[in-house]
Each structure stands twice: as C-alpha cells, then as structure tokens.
Design a protein around this ligand. Structure first.
Ligand code: SF4
Ligand code: SF4
Length: 324
C-alpha cells in the first residue's frame, strides 16, 4: 500500500528522478556494452534480472528515497566509479597475462588492505550469475568485502546507519577501481565491478568463493564481520587464481533455523520462516515487495543486520557456542 510522502519526501523524489536516475541509467547502458567485448562472459537464459534499487526508487510511488546531503555525495561517488569501471576497460592490455605468480597474489593481498578491503576470495563466474543483459569481461573473479561500521549499524534505522552504508559503498567503489588499476599495471586485463547495482550476483559469488553462507535475512554471513559488510568484485584475466573449493559455513543455516530473530523483528514481516522459490529458481526467505517500501521510508532499514547475533558476537564464538 503506498503512503503519501511529506513535502521533503516529494522534493527528494523529484531530485532523484530528474538528476540521479538519468545518470544511473546512462551508466547501465555503458555496463550493457561490455557484452560486445571479445570473450566476455554474457548472461544466460537462467540469469535473473537485477533487482535494481535506484530504478525501484524512481518507479514506486509512496516510497521515499532515503537521501541526505552526505548520502548524495556518496551516491555521486558510486556513479562516477561505475562509469570509470567501464571506461577503464579501454586501458586493458591487448594481450593480457593469464598466469599470476604466488608473489603477486601476496602483493595483491597487501594492496587490498591499503584500500580498506576487509577480505578477498577467488572464484569463477558462471553465466547464470551474471545479471540479465549484463556481461563481465573475464570469468575469473576476485571477490571483495568491506566491513561496515558496526556502531553505526547498531543505530538502525537511522540517518547515521544510512550514511555509513553509503560511505562503505563509496569507499568500496573506489577500492574496486584501484585494485583493477593495480592488476593492469602488472599486465593483466581487469574489470572493476563496484558494489552499487552489481553486474553479477555478488553474494552468490562470495558464497562460491567460500566466504560465507546466506542467513534467513538473505544476507551473506561470514567470519570477518558477520553480516555487516558490502561486496564487490574485480574480474581478471589471470586464470590460475587460488580458488577455494569448499565452503565451511553451511552450519549457519542450522543456526538460523533455531534463531529466526530477523524473522521476528522485521517490521513489515518481509522475512519468511520457510524459504520461497523466486522466479529463476533462487531460494530465499525475503519478500522484496514487502521489504522495499519499509526500507525506503525508514533510512534504508537494516534492522535484519542489526539484530543478527553475528553482528554482535564474533563468528567463532557463535559457532563454538552453537556446537556445544
Ligand atoms: S531491511 Fe528491514 S524491512 Fe527489509 S528485510 Fe531487513 S528488516 Fe525487513
Ligand atoms: S538473525 Fe538469526 S535467523 Fe536471521 S540471519 Fe541472523 S542468525 Fe540467521
């Protein structure tokens, strides 16, 4: 059910529809052009259309766009870095290197720390994880996570938590492009994939890379900061990345089965006890149509992250207590 927006809510909507959204749509058109590159990994029949948050904000009546002066600045940084990610593809070497040395992986691990990336994982990108109408330049992915500020998230829903989320998006957008440049300098082809929007289903890539497991909240939970992080990727021509073949986090599903705290505390009841199968076969507990209006009208909500026990207690402690 749509609600009537306040004067400020309507003003934000007009600003968003007339200023931010046209810019975002231009970037999307640029992203789609990656399909024309030789050897890119293009979406398949099984691929999902992206649940596109900016488009949804523009489209839905009665849903406020959660903007503040500070978040506008971060959003513009995100858009700029999404554009850069595509433009910089033109700087990739003509014959990129395909093998990365052990010492270069160590250098990469050190470099990502300098741009505040919290953890990295490696995987291959199957076509079905590329969103509909999108493509990635290389099938080898370096998955990046960046922790959000737990103190700010503990105030959710609030302007403070909203700003910290956008701050993380902006920082991770910049980091993904810097990592792509680092790899290009070493002779690899690289395609940065910033967190906003996302060309592929990042949480699924991170799960494949052994970095976590989905909680009932639909959010990936991992050992580095529970559910309190954002994900991005860099696709790279290096074919010998040390891909993790196992995922040790499947116990999280059993934990959720007993916990269900996010199910109880989600204000609009958007998290179901029993998983539902969405179109395209993905299993989820989240009903986006119930979540989105509350999310928009309440500073990006984030209550499901705030209340998750993994947000308050270290992963290994939760695991040890659970296994007792
Ligand atoms: S963001 Fe808020 S409304 Fe959406 S699923 Fe989480 S708790 Fe529910
Ligand atoms: S709050 Fe509980 S049920 Fe929800 S994702 Fe976190 S651990 Fe799982």
């Amino acid at each position: 059910m749509s609600q009537r927006l306040s004067f400020i809510g309507r003003a934000k909507k007009i600003f968003f529809r007339n200023f931010a959204l046209p810019r975002v749509k231009k970037v999307y058109a640029l992203e789609n052009s990656v399909q024309d590159l030789d050897n890119s990994v293009i979406f398949s029949e099984e691929s999902e259309p992206r649940f596109d948050i900016p488009i949804e904000f523009g489209r839905r009546e009665g849903v406020e766009v959660p903007l503040t002066r500070i978040t506008v600045k971060h959003i513009l940084t995100c858009i700029k870095n999404m554009k850069r990610a595509v433009y910089d593809l033109g700087k990739n070497p003509e014959n990129p290197r395909k093998q990365i040395e052990e010492v270069e992986l160590e250098e990469l691990a050190e470099f990502v720390k300098t741009v505040k990336v919290s953890s990295i994982g490696y995987t291959k990108v199957p076509q079905k994880l590329v969103f509909r109408d999108k493509a990635v330049a290389y099938e080898n992915a370096i998955v990046l996570t960046m922790n959000m500020d737990n103190d700010a998230i503990s105030t959710s829903p609030s302007k403070k938590s909203l700003q910290s989320i956008w701050y993380t998006y902006a920082k991770l957008s910049i980091a993904s492009n810097k990592i792509a440049r680092f790899l290009r300098k070493k002779g690899f082809g690289a395609h940065a994939s910033p967190p906003l929007g996302g060309i592929a289903l990042y949480p699924m890539l991170a799960r494949q890379a052994g970095m976590g497991e989905f909680g009932y909240s639909g959010i990936l939970i991992g050992p580095f900061n529970g559910p309190t992080f954002r994900i991005a990727a860099v696709y790279v021509s290096a074919e010998n990345l040390p891909i993790e073949q196992k995922n040790d986090h499947s116990w999280i599903r059993d934990y959720c089965e007993q916990c269900r705290r996010c199910v109880r505390e989600c204000p609009p009841g958007a998290i179901y006890e029993n998983a539902i199968e969405q179109s395209y076969g993905r299993i989820t507990h989240i009903d986006n149509d119930k979540c989105f209006p509350y999310f928009g009208n309440n500073h990006g909500c984030t209550i499901c992250i705030k209340v998750c026990p993994f947000n308050k207690t270290d992963y290994n402690t939760v695991k040890k207590n659970f296994q007792k």
